[in-house]
Design a protein around this ligand. Structure first.
Ligand code: SAM
Length: 225
C-alpha cells in the first residue's frame, strides 16, 4: 500500500510506462507499480547514499531487480538514453528543487513525454516551468494527508496558455473545486488572516508585505467564490 499522497502520484502513471522516479528514497512508488504490472521498467534515482541504499534494498527484497534499477545520481542524470524512459515522477520535494532538476535535464536535451510532479511547496514554480518548457498540464489532483495538502500535476509534451490564476491555483483544480481543494485554500485564507492581524497589531498596514498578502487573499477569495 502507498500513502494517499504517493497513491495520487501512482494514479497518473500511464500503463506500460518506462518510469524514472527521481528522489525515490525507498522506491515505494516504482516497486508498487511494477508489482501491479502497471509499468514495464523503472529507474529509481537518488542523490543521497542512504536513500539509494533504501531503494536498492526495497527492489531486491521485492525481487524486482530484473525490471528496475536504483541509481545514485543527481536528478535526471540517473537516466540514460537506452533506458527509453517515457515517464518521470518527482515527488515529495519543494517546487524549486523540482524545477531545478527539470532545468538541468532540459539543458542536457533530455526529453520525456510525461511528467508527474508532486511539489510539497511552490506548485506555482512547477506550473511556470511546465508552461515555459513545452509541456501542457493534462490533469491535476489534490490530496489531504493529516494536516497537509498535496497537489499532483500530470503534464505531457505540448503547449497551452496558462493565466496567472491557472498558474497559482491550477487550471483544472480551480475549475473542479473539489472539497479538498476548497479546504486547502480555506486553510491558507485562515493563515493569511492571522498574518493580517499580526501586521495590523504592529502597525504595518502601509507596507509592501501587507499589500502583497492582500492581493493573495483577494485572489483566494475570488477562486473560492
Ligand atoms: N519521492 C519519495 C516520496 O515522495 O515519498 C521520497 C521523497 S523524499 C522526502 C525526497 C528525496 O529526494 C530524498 O531521498 C532526497 O535524497 C532526494 N533528492 C533530493 N534532491 C535530489 C536530486 N537532485 N536528485 C535525486 N534525488 C534527490
Amino acid at each position: 500500500h502507498l500513502s494517499p499522497r504517493l497513491q495520487a502520484v501512482a494514479d497518473f502513471v500511464p500503463s506500460d510506462a518506462r518510469l524514472a522516479d527521481i528522489g525515490s528514497d525507498h522506491a515505494y512508488l516504482p516497486a508498487y507499480l511494477l508489482m501491479k504490472h502497471h509499468i514495464t521498467y523503472a529507474v529509481a534515482g537518488e542523490v543521497a547514499q542512504g536513500p539509494f541504499d533504501n531503494a536498492t534494498h526495497e527492489l531486491k527484497r521485492r525481487d524486482l531487480l530484473g525490471q528496475a534499477e536504483a541509481r545514485l545520481a543527481d536528478g535526471l542524470s540517473a537516466v540514460y538514453e537506452d533506458d527509453h524512459i517515457d515517464t518521470v515522477t518527482i515527488a515529495g520535494m519543494g517546487g524549486i528543487l523540482i524545477s531545478d532538476i527539470l532545468t538541468a535535464s532540459f539543458d542536457r536535451h533530455q526529453v520525456f513525454e510525461t511528467l508527474i510532479l508532486q511539489a510539497n511547496t511552490d506548485e506555482v514554480v512547477v506550473r511556470n516551468w511546465l508552461n515555459e518548457h513545452g509541456y501542457q498540464i493534462k490533469a491535476e489532483s489534490v490530496t489531504q494527508e493529516d494536516n497537509h495538502f498535496y497537489e499532483v500535476i500530470l503534464a505531457t509534451l505540448g503547449s497551452q496558455q496558462l493565466s496567472h490564476m491557472d498558474l497559482n491555483f491550477g487550471p483544472y483544480l480551480r475549475v473542479e473545486q473539489s472539497a479538498t481543494f476548497i479546504a486547502k485554500w480555506q486553510k491558507e485564507s485562515d493563515r493569511i488572516q492571522v498574518i493580517f492581524a499580526q501586521l495590523e497589531a504592529a502597525n504595518k498596514m502601509d507596507t509592501k508585505a501587507y499589500r502583497d498578502w492582500q492581493v493573495r487573499y483577494n485572489e483566494i477569495q475570488q477562486v473560492l467564490s
